[in-house]
Write a protein that binds this ligand. Sequence first.
Ligand code: NAP
Length: 253
Amino acid sequence: MLNLKNKTAIITGARQGMGRTHALTLAKAGAKVVVSDISLENCEKVVKEIKKEGGEAMAIKCDVSKEQEVDEMMKKTIKKWGKIDILVNNAGICQFKPFLELTEEEWDRTININLKGYFLCAQAAAKAMAKQKSGAIINIASVAMGQQGIGFSNIAHYCASKGGIVGMTEAMAVELATYNIRVNAIAPGMIDTPMIDPIKKDPQQEKAILARVPMQRMGQAQEVSNLVLFLASDESSYMTGSTVVIDGGWLAG
Ligand code: NAP
């Protein structure tokens, strides 16, 4: 079991889906975990689950697209636990909309949450990590990040945000290495979470996607959390600037 004892971790978008399993997994490995999301009520449920298993956690409501809420989250974390060792930038939305019908407002909302939100959280956390001269930041991208030989319809704004995350991850890794802060991205394929409910409601679409996945199944959130745990731990000490694909072979197929 990879060990995160004495480490403090913030996970955004952690009230459900992959963020929830990231929080449970890092807590199980010994980290003190901030379970953060746009809705506090469901975060408290995850905190209860962690505490029931003997872990330490607190819930913080934070809309990642709002600088003031992000700064408050960092301050509260440092006030309670003295430092921030790990940030998992996970919060995101995925709206399905044909490109020709996409409005400026919809474009801005996706970019503000999925890309600006990652920047705000990463910068605020990195400022604290730079003082400590250590830290690990994990940015959740997607196979829909571009340059992979496959295109995705009806999610141009989502793809733009995920491609942006990969570029930002590499730039951050280069700049922050001097502070001993590692920055990596994860690009999951189709993972069974509430985000893909619209796909699951359309069996034909689900079948068409799975036909392109050599392992012929969706991934489970826990499978991605295991990778988050590795990238958060000192076992990945020579990794920075990487984007690790976890997709059942989709991009290789
Ligand atoms: P999910 O179950 O929908 O979880 C995302 C969480 O982020 C939700 O609780 C959501 O709240 C929250 N959120 C939305 N806007 C926010 C904001 N402004 N501030 C804070 N939290 C906010 O989706 P998931 O599948 O676990 O996705 C986690 C990450 O993996 C996302 O970045 C997603 O793009 C990425 N990803 C997912 C898949 C997949 O197949 N599932 C594949 C590749 C990448 P609401 O429910 O209220 O919006």
